[in-house]
Design a protein around this ligand. Sequence first.
Ligand code: NDP
Length: 291
Amino acid sequence: MQNLDSNLKLFAVIGNPIKHSLSPLIHNAAITHYALNAYYGKILLPSNIDSKFLREFVFSSNICGLNITLPFKEVVINALDSIDTLAAKIGAVNTLVRHNDTLMGYNTDAYGFYKCIEDFMESNFMESKRARNVLLLGAGGSAKSIAVILANHNINFCIANRSAAKLAYFKDFGECITFDKIDSKWVENNAFDIIVNATSSSIQGILPLDSVILESLFKNAHLAFDLMYQKQGLTPFCELAKSCNVPTLDGKNMLVYQAAYSFIYFHSNYANISSDNIINIISVMNGALGI
Ligand code: NDP
């Protein structure tokens, strides 16, 4: 067996489950494109590991950077030496970068989400090129990162969730409402440009809300964005939006955009990669996914 090149930079995504992850495909496509001496893999870790285990794992495996997916986005925080402000505010880290003996954490889900809608608004929105009012369905981890980034950009939004319990985190961001309170009167009084499905309903193959209510919400919308994606075809949420002539984005778009920001954090340490390359990185990663 050949020895591994000692200069090879190792990166990976950790999660449980992890088999389905497309991150290695898109990161390795960009690594090849920029001719970097690096490799990106996927690692399944037991779901009950703690932050001490994670820290030792990074140093003992000589890894230069990690993407972190479910269920480790919160536990990883205590494994870090420092965390950037946005990730700390969200309370979740999806990108870890090792600088010699220190570990730094970032959240690129939030940047990825915002860049996705910003690019969409730039080419598809009318006059203002800007969303005036967003409806965020769901109140889990990904909804938190979306809420923080929308608030940072002064975009108004309302958060709606099935259960009341998870809405507590969002009370300072805008109106919070449970799904059972959304009726035709409420829909009439609220016009949303963008409707985001940040629930996990699409994993279950169902709509997050009653189809009649969703159809009436789609009447004023310029974009329906489902954070989830399917290997083939549209999610039920995007399918319904399309039938109402509303343009759609899905989780593949967000996957690429968050990965492109992580890619910059990973490789700018040792190669000539910076945020100036973001458009090209996105294009290479989109190409790897055929989108
Ligand atoms: P969480 O488990 O933290 O939250 C799930 C949310 O979905 C909760 O608000 C829950 O409501 C709601 N929910 C679950 N089932 C239903 C249902 N049948 N109908 C209506 N609401 C429901 O998940 P995450 O926030 O981490 O992830 C949400 C989605 O976003 C997932 O599909 C995930 O795959 C996707 N995602 C995609 C990313 C990407 O890069 N493309 C990145 C991150 C996430 P309740 O409080 O009532 O339980």
